[in-house]
Write a new protein. Structure first.
Length: 94
């Protein structure tokens, strides 16, 4: 790492890449350089995923964070998956 360079968190992978819109599917997410440890929020198509459906692997650390997320029902078609540090005191957790 070069001093003075900002490291930006990145979703490295999501598997499987195609999920059912019926909900209940599990996705594995690998994050790089995510603030760790942190409360983690996930949204799919702009809607927050319930916190109870997000699990952070004990193998996670400051360089790589592993999540398993049970996804809710969603409209058919492409959906954006977002992962963010969750702030408990703010509206919507963000």
């Amino acid at each position: 790492m070069v001093l003075g360079t900002k490291v930006v968190p990145l979703i490295d992978s999501v598997t499987p890449s195609i999920l059912s819109s019926d909900g209940g599917s599990f996705a594995s997410v690998r994050l790089l350089h995510f603030p760790f440890p942190a409360m983690i929020g996930v949204s799919l198509g702009g809607s927050d995923v319930p916190l109870s459906t997000i699990q952070v692997s004990s193998a996670s650390g400051p360089e790589v964070t592993y999540l398993t997320v049970r996804l809710p029902d969603s409209p058919s078609g492409n959906q954006t998956l977002a992962v963010y540090p969750r702030n408990e005191g703010m509206e919507g957790g963000r």
